[in-house]
Structure formats: structure tokens, C-alpha cells
Design a protein. Structure first.
Length: 256
């Protein structure tokens, strides 16, 4: 025999609620992710500009005075920032004043700047920065959002199941038991009430139905009783008629 899938109200309600909430949460998460990602990119870009501006201001005097120690100190210090993976400082002739690199950073963005003094170019800045920091942050926020969605859905399923079992499961079980009692011939009025208007209305309909069925059965019982009484009277009349006929026949035979 082919298996017939039986749907349940509680399962349908939970699935419908789950799909609706999931769609809303996914939409909100995507919007938040886009906003946060763009904000992190903006912060990253602003931070990179700050590094360039800092070098443009800090290297003016050392480059002008050919102070290699100060140039190296300033560049080495700023290269310690996680976002900066390489830094190169050159003079207008293209000669390197400083060059430093970090290993293990394949993805990088090139930024450039100029060092000027009284409007005259005295040096150039070539900086490579990695977006890894803000990418890791957005990735962390993304997975945190996914875990939050899963946790929220688990809580919603659990709470909804408890609520449905309390507000829908028990009333349905009682209604099923009430139907069984009516089918078994118990038509007594049930005084039980529920807070929910819908359940209360169904119970009222069951009580009305039980009263009507009981009245109909009582009417049928009375009708059957009258029929039995009429049948009994008719049988009695027929019996008396047969006795009378027998007496008449006997009397007639004796008369002859």
C-alpha cells in the first residue's frame, strides 16, 4: 500500500513561521552585512589615507636634511601596522631612501603619495596595504550573523512547539475525546470552557449537537415504544377476534 503523507496543523504552522522568520532574518542579515562591509571599507580607506598623510608630514624634514636614521625610524615604525605590507620611499631622482616588506601577504592594494616642501617635490611614497583586517572582520560578522539566525530559529521552533502544544494540542485532544464520547452514546452536557473563542465555539456546537442527537434518539425511542404498543394492541385484538370466531363457529356447529 502506498504511503500517504499526513499533514499536521502544528507542523504546518511551525514551517510557515520558520520560513517567514528565516526570510526576514536573511534579508536583514544581508542588509547589515552590506552596510558593515561598506563601513569597514570606508574605515580601511580612511586609515590608509591617514598613514599616507602621516608620512607626508613626518618625512619632510628628514628627507630635506638627508637624515637617513630618522627616515628609517619613521618608516620602520609605521610598517609595524598590520594593514601595511610594504613601504618604499624614493627621492625625485628615483633613488631609494627606504624599502621594507612583510612576508606572506599576497593580496594588497597600492597607495601612493608625495612629500613636498614649499610646493617642491622632495620624495615619493609607495605603500602596499592589505584588506585582510577588514575582510576578517566582515567574515567574522557574517558567520556571527549566521549563528545568530540558527540560534534564533532553534528558539523559535522550540517555543512555538510548546505554545502550540499548550494552546492547540490540548484543546484538540479534548475535542477528539468529546467526539469519541458522543459516538459512544454519551450526550451529557459538557460544562468545560476554554479561553479561546474558537475552541469555546466548537465546544458549544458539540453540546448543541449532542442535545439534538439525544432528543432525536429519545423521539425514536418514544416512537418505537408507541409502535410496540400498537403492535401489541393489534395482536391482542387479533387474538380476541380469533377467539370470537372460534366461539361463533362452535356455536354454529352445535346449532346444526
Amino acid at each position: 500500500m502506498a504511503y500517504s503523507y499526513k499533514r499536521k496543523i502544528s507542523r504546518d504552522l511551525i514551517l510557515s513561521l520558520l520560513c517567514s522568520v528565516t526570510a526576514v532574518l536573511i534579508f536583514v542579515t544581508i542588509i547589515n552585512y552590506i552596510i558593515i562591509s561598506n563601513n569597514e571599507k570606508r574605515i580601511f580607506s580612511e586609515k590608509t589615507n591617514e598613514y599616507i598623510e602621516y608620512l607626508q608630514e613626518s618625512l619632510v624634514q628628514p628627507i630635506w636634511s638627508y637624515d637617513d636614521i630618522s627616515i628609517r625610524y619613521i618608516c620602520t615604525s609605521i610598517l609595524k601596522n598590520d594593514a601595511i605590507v610594504s613601504l618604499k620611499i624614493t627621492n625625485p631622482l628615483g633613488e631609494k631612501l627606504y624599502e621594507g616588506h612583510k612576508q606572506g601577504n599576497a593580496e594588497s592594494i597600492e597607495r601612493t603619495g608625495s612629500v613636498t616642501r614649499e610646493g617642491k617635490l622632495i620624495g615619493s611614497i609607495e605603500m602596499a596595504v592589505t584588506p585582510r583586517s577588514y575582510q576578517e572582520m566582515t567574515r567574522y560578522l557574517f558567520w556571527a550573523s549566521i549563528l545568530t539566525i540558527l540560534a534564533a530559529l532553534a528558539v523559535i521552533v522550540g517555543v512555538t512547539h510548546i505554545i502550540l502544544k499548550s494552546f492547540l494540542g490540548k484543546p484538540l485532544q479534548y475535542l477528539h475525546a468529546r467526539i469519541d464520547r458522543i459516538a459512544g452514546g454519551d450526550y451529557d452536557y459538557d460544562p468545560l470552557t476554554y479561553k479561546q473563542v474558537e475552541i469555546e465555539s466548537i465546544l458549544s456546537k458539540f453540546n448543541d449537537m449532542a442535545i439534538k442527537i439525544q432528543a432525536r434518539e429519545n423521539s425514536l425511542s418514544d416512537l418505537n415504544a408507541r409502535l410496540r404498543e400498537e403492535i401489541s394492541e393489534r395482536e391482542h385484538s387479533e387474538q380476541e377476534l380469533r377467539v370470537s370466531e372460534e366461539r361463533f363457529r362452535t356455536y354454529f356447529e352445535h346449532s346444526l
